[in-house]
Design a binder for this molecule. Structure first.
Ligand code: FE2
Length: 280
């Protein structure tokens, strides 16, 4: 699937941008499907107000997130709520993302996520036993789509040794105007600075700081990606995305795969008690 030069570039830079990997019709089908799921699954505006509460409802919010590993759940944008905690717009148009098992629970995303082409890419970049751990449909809504701070995916989807790879698909054109990703070429060789994991009570996540210095902010490059582009992200690559201040949506679908030959800690936030891991 990939040329030797592409594989080399992935290992050198920690990411690889593959335009035209997915047909436009397929992107539009995924887009429609995600909108349908959002309308069907979104909490009511009354239930949604809980997500703005930062005090007494915190436990319920943490639980909603921590139990989403084997479900399809809806996560709101912070800026979707006014100062009284009420949604400013329709609930399904206020979502940050759907997550985290749509690749297992929704037949359209299941078959899209598991193709010979995706398997071939995983094999080409050296995954021995790729297993699809997590999926997200990210809306990055016009004007309210929030930024994602610089992080590595290994921080959240830890394995021993590190193995997570992101398969990120541009469903809409992603540009610097609507909050495309930015990445640090070669930054996957920097030792990962934090690990997020469950606390001992398994009620919330906490962060172990392995190195208190921040990732470099110089040298990040924008990963502009027309619709249908597949972006591969090494799990230890620092990356971020800006807010979407434009009038254009920036939908994306991402699957994170880990290598089944690596250990998966029992105190990772993402647990899937009802769903065995499957490959591509
Ligand atoms: Fe990420």
């Amino acid at each position: 699937m990939l040329t030797a030069a592409q594989v080399q570039r992935f290992h050198d830079e920690g990411f690889l941008v593959l335009p035209d990997f997915v047909a436009t019709d397929m992107c539009l089908e995924l887009r429609d499907r995600a909108m349908m799921l959002a309308e069907k699954l979104v909490p009511s505006p009354e239930q949604a107000t809980i997500f703005t509460a930062d005090t007494e409802a915190k436990h319920a919010v943490d639980k909603y997130f921590l139990e989403s590993g084997d479900k399809i759940r809806c996560f709101f944008e912070k800026d979707a709520f006014d100062s009284n905690g009420a949604l400013r717009s329709q609930a399904h148009l206020s979502l940050n993302k759907l997550g985290h098992a749509m690749h297992d629970l929704d037949p359209v995303f299941d078959s899209f996520s598991r193709t010979p082409d995706m398997q071939a890419v995983a094999t080409d970049i050296g995954m021995n036993d790729p297993l699809l751990l997590q999926s997200m449909y990210i809306f990055k809504q016009p004007r309210i789509g929030g930024e994602v701070n610089c992080h590595t995916d290994h921080t959240y989807l830890w394995t021993e040794p590190a193995s997570v790879i992101g398969f990120w698909v541009a469903i809409d054109d992603a540009t610097t105007e609507n909050g495309c990703m930015w990445a640090l070429p070669g930054g996957h060789r920097i030792p990962v600075k934090t690990r997020s994991r469950l606390n001992d009570e398994r009620t919330a996540t906490i962060t172990d700081v392995l190195d208190p210095t921040p990732y470099p902010t110089e040298g990040l490059v924008p990963l502009e990606a027309p619709r249908g582009t597949l972006v591969l992200l090494h799990g230890t690559l620092p990356h971020l995305s800006g807010p979407n201040t434009s009038d254009k949506p920036r939908h994306a679908y991402t699957v994170h795969a880990i290598d089944g030959t690596c250990d998966y800690p029992s105190n990772n936030w993402l647990q899937r008690p009802s769903l065995p891991l499957r490959g591509f």
